[in-house]
Design a protein around this ligand. Structure first.
Ligand SMILES: *Cc1c(COP(=O)(O)O)cnc(C)c1O
Ligand SMILES: [Zn+2]
Length: 436
């Protein structure tokens, strides 16, 4: 039996052919997910096959996503695939960050090593492959962030036209610059995010446009490989915790699905607990887990955080993410702008570095160990979602003491590293060098 799309809602569970162009369930509006009715190959066989492909020169095998293709068998053949060798991201030990976080040891899975600098590439290679399989000529998203950068790169590499819709008055220049350079047609529309999405949905069918927004179930399939690759790199020993930032919660959904499926396939023997970390000014999912009624998420009307990748007031994937977090015995934490900024500088001092949203993980770990929820000797992997260079302006302002949170409150550069102005004079330079 081929792969299918199934409605995620328990009360519906409607099924649809994998080749139907759908974004939500046509019956109830629920989120969709890919399912695979056929039994997968035995775990031992898969482990050997996947490890063996690391020595291959075939493009598909060199991809850190398609190497694990038996884990996401939604295509009937691999002709539509274009790979930029996404995934293949390292596990990095970070003793200084561990100490800061109150842990004996801490490992970062650094998704910022991806071709366009974020984990969006893991999902986008799949989303674009599905677009080609469906015979689409254009792909689109509403974003100024890492999604648009990634979509632009993969669409252009695949010979499709990328179209990026920018909500009015909301531009993140670093990431937008990537979208322009990778050749996206960029449309700034005088409307907010939801209005544009509605417009684009109406136009999509007539114009042969395939939407690659966060709920796209094929992007979720690709992001599952972040967990598969992590387990492969750990010789299939599950950690106690996997920590990640939460915005639209697509990644939380993907990690949960991956862990469940790997357990069912016998690839791992237990589920790590998921710890999702949000920024205080954009923490509707954290609120949801702390409330008695979990049937409805209260959106944050004006989400605020300098960590723009997680500045999301109404996360679309929350029903999936809720199920996944609960299934792993996980937790959701929130952290302040100051905590994110300091944690980010600590990740930098490890020689690793990341963008602000990613640093929420270390800030969250510090809070969770202090609260006794995460034990100091726990085996923890934190996923750094984006590259340091995504947001250089934030960095310069932090180190020079000019960074202000969205309310205008100054952020203290507790780990600041200000450039020193020095005169053209050897004696004075010597004095300065001896002082530091
Ligand atoms: C997209 C993104 C996030 C948020 O991921 P969700 O799946 O929306 O929760 C976090 N960090 C970075 C760097 C991102 O690009
Ligand atoms: Zn449904």
């Amino acid at each position: 039996m081929p792969a299918e799309l199934v409605c995620f809602e328990e009360r519906c569970r409607a099924r649809f052919p994998i080749t139907e162009v759908l974004y939500n369930c046509p019956r109830c509006g629920g989120l969709l997910e890919a399912i695979y009715p056929d039994a997968p190959p035995p775990a031992a066989e898969l482990r050997g096959l996947w490890r063996g492909r690391r020595a291959s020169n075939a493009p598909l095998d060199q991809s850190g996503v398609w190497r694990y293709r038996e884990f996401l068998p939604f295509l009937s053949d691999y002709d539509p695939v274009v790979t930029l060798r996404e995934g293949n991201t390292p596990l990095l030990d970070a003793p200084r960050a561990a100490q800061y976080g109150g842990l004996d040891r801490l490992t970062f899975k650094h998704q910022g090593f991806n071709p366009t600098g974020s984990f969006k590439d893991n999902g986008m290679t799949c989303g674009v492959a599905q677009a080609r399989r469906l015979g689409m000529r254009r792909v689109a998203c509403v974003s100024t962030g890492n999604t648009s950068a990634s979509m632009a790169a993969y669409a252009s590499a695949a010979g499709l036209q990328p179209v990026v819709f920018i909500p009015h008055g909301n531009i993140a220049y670093g990431k937008l610059a990537q979208a322009l350079e990778y050749g996206a047609l960029t449309l700034q529309v005088e409307a907010n995010f939801d209005q544009i999405l509605a417009l684009v949905r109406n136009l999509a069918e007539q114009l042969g446009i395939y939407l690659l927004n966060s709920i796209n179930p094929f992007r979720i399939e690709g992001q599952k490989t972040i967990m598969a690759e992590m387990m492969d790199q750990r010789d299939w020993r599950a950690p106690d915790w996997v920590v990640l930032p939460g915005g639209n919660l697509g990644n939380t959904s993907a990690f949960g699905k991956a862990l469940r499926e790997m357990k069912a396939m016998g690839l791992i023997d237990r589920l790590p607990r998921l710890a999702v970390v949000q920024a205080e000014g954009s923490a509707p999912f954290c609120e949801l887990l702390r409330s008695a009624d979990r049937s409805r998420l209260n959106r944050v009307e004006h989400p605020e955080t300098l960590a723009t990748a997680i500045r999301i007031g109404d996360p679309v994937s929350w029903p999936k993410a809720l199920r996944e977090v609960l299934a792993t015995g996980g937790v959701v934490e929130r952290v302040s702008e100051q905590e994110i900024a300091d944690a980010k500088a600590v990740v930098g001092r490890c020689g690793i570095g990341c963008e602000p949203a990613s640093a929420a993980t270390l800030a969250g770990i510090r809070k969770l160990t202090a609260a006794g929820i995460m034990r100091g000797e726990a085996d923890v992997v934190a996923v750094l979602t984006g590259n340091l260079l995504k947001d250089p302006d934030y960095i310069y302002r932090y180190h020079t003491g000019e960074l202000k949170d969205p309310k205008g409150v100054a952020i203290q550069p507790r780990f600041g590293n200000r450039p020193v102005v020095a005169p053209n004079d050897p004696e004075q330079l010597r004095t300065i060098l001896e002082r530091y």
